[in-house]
Write a protein that binds this ligand. Structure first.
Ligand code: NAD
Ligand code: MG
Length: 394
């Protein structure tokens, strides 16, 4: 059996690193054939030296010459390309049969859609692309005829607890999908306690080590909101059949509640390599480098309802999903602008949900027609968000 050829989009990130760790454990099964990063040529060159891909892409065209120079200096022979179009072409191209979509943010939309349309096995981490273009991504998948296996840990857990991966929920007797949330670093605090939160405090997640954008999303609970939307699309689950429960130990990664009263859960140590290995090898199981779960040492599993008053972003995500159309794309774009401003020190922590709410009010939902209109609406929402930012906070 020849190894699967894996394109790792976002190779220098947190998910990219975990993916390459699993790949390196199974050279007979997987090969990293395409590696993509945004701007960090040094980190990408180091990965190329180790994994020897066929193609290395740096998304920022200004960095291509620097990448080529570094690879030549290291004696790495591979094709070098740059630009967003090269990323999209590679995701659909002949050098890979599997695509790990691990670019952060709306920047991952085109390549995710392209991989789906081309019928690749799509390992989806880039939740923003399904939050933006849910229906379009599902159409692209049907068109391409490939598999989508989620590697967001909650959705991977649900995938594992359903019969046959992504079946018809009603016919399978599923009553509810229950997404667990760690609660982030500020669990238990009230709005009055969150006025002076710094980016480093928000990024210090108690259980998971992740990129800065998703760490902030976890602190606001927007991450869980995006995941509710993701679950709705991935599993064709009605919004009222999706529930969120806070579980601070992050050992139960999500659950499926069946009509006969059975509740199936997937447990494990909080390490993304479990979900990634599951998705890479499905339907087989492979070693992922994750320590066995020691239940007696952990001793307890706690659960509590989320505090939607303090963590408004989760309520806003539910509302956007109920509003339908492109409201979730507007939510996502406004959130990306807000998180960037918070990380840059120009928006307070509580301003993130305020800004997203204002933009959702300014731009009522419209039907999603095609990718072009979606991208235009994403841009419109970003302009509106920057407008709110300047008027209210600068
Ligand atoms: P990260 O910031 O650590 O890495 C992001 C990667 O994307 C980097 O390799 C970066 O170079 C690349 N990138 C950024 N902009 C790009 C662009 N315009 N073109 C090409 N590449 C670009 O982020 P992460 O934590 O690995 O998260 C990646 C995605 O996975 C996000 O959508 C996140 O929500 C999702 N996710 C992450 C985790 C986690 O544990 N980290 C868990 C579940 C889902
Ligand atoms: Mg998750």
């Amino acid at each position: 059996m020849s190894p699967r050829q894996v394109a790792v989009l976002g190779a220098t990130g947190s998910i990219g690193g975990s993916t390459l760790d699993v790949i390196a454990r199974h050279p007979e099964r997987f090969r990293a054939s395409v590696l993509v990063a945004h701007r960090d040529t040094q980190a990408l060159a180091v990965l190329c030296e180790r994994f020897r891909p066929d193609l290395a892409i740096i998304a920022d065209p200004a960095m291509e010459a620097d990448l080529a120079r570094r690879l030549a200096a290291a004696g790495v022979v591979c094709e070098v390309a740059s630009g967003a179009d090269a990323v999209t072409a590679a995701a659909a191209g002949p050098l890979c049969d599997t695509v790990v979509a691990a670019i952060v943010g709306a920047a991952g939309l085109d390549s995710t859609l392209a991989a789906a349309r081309a019928g690749k096995r799509l390992l989806l981490a880039n939740k923003e692309s399904i939050v933006m273009g849910g229906a379009l991504l599902l159409d692209a998948l049907r068109q391409g005829g490939g598999d989508l296996i989620p590697i967001d840990s909650e959705h991977n857990a649900i995938f594992q607890c359903l019969p046959g991966g992504r079946p018809d929920l009603a016919r399978s007797g599923v009553r509810r999908l229950i997404l667990t949330a760690s609660g982030g670093p500020f669990r238990g605090r009230k709005r009055a306690d969150l006025g002076a939160i710094t980016p480093d405090e928000a990024c210090a997640h108690p259980k998971w080590s992740m990129g800065r954008k998703i760490s902030v999303d976890s602190a606001t609970l927007m991450n869980k909101g995006l995941e509710v939307i993701e679950a709705h699309h991935l599993f064709a689950a009605p919004v009222d059949a999706i529930e969120v429960v806070v579980h601070p130990q992050s050992l139960v990664h999500s659950l499926v509640d069946y009509v006969d009263g059975s509740v199936l859960a997937q447990l494990g140590n909080p390490d993304m390599r479990t979900a990634i290995a599951c998705a890479l090898a499905f339907p087989e199981r492979i070693e992922a480098g994750v320590a066995p779960l020691d239940l007696a040492a952990h001793a307890r599993l706690d659960f509590e309802a989320p505090d939607l008053e303090t963590f408004r972003c989760l309520a806003l995500a539910f509302a956007a999903l109920r509003a339908g159309g492109d409201a979730t794309a507007i939510l996502n774009a406004a959130n990306e602008v807000a998180v960037e401003a918070f990380l840059a020190g120009s928006l307070p922590f509580l301003g993130i949900s305020e800004l997203v709410e204002r933009v959702l009010e300014e731009l009522p939902a419209q039907a999603v027609v095609d990718v072009q209109t979606l991208v235009a609406r994403d841009a419109e929402a970003r302009r509106a968000a920057r407008g709110v930012l300047h008027r209210a906070y600068c």
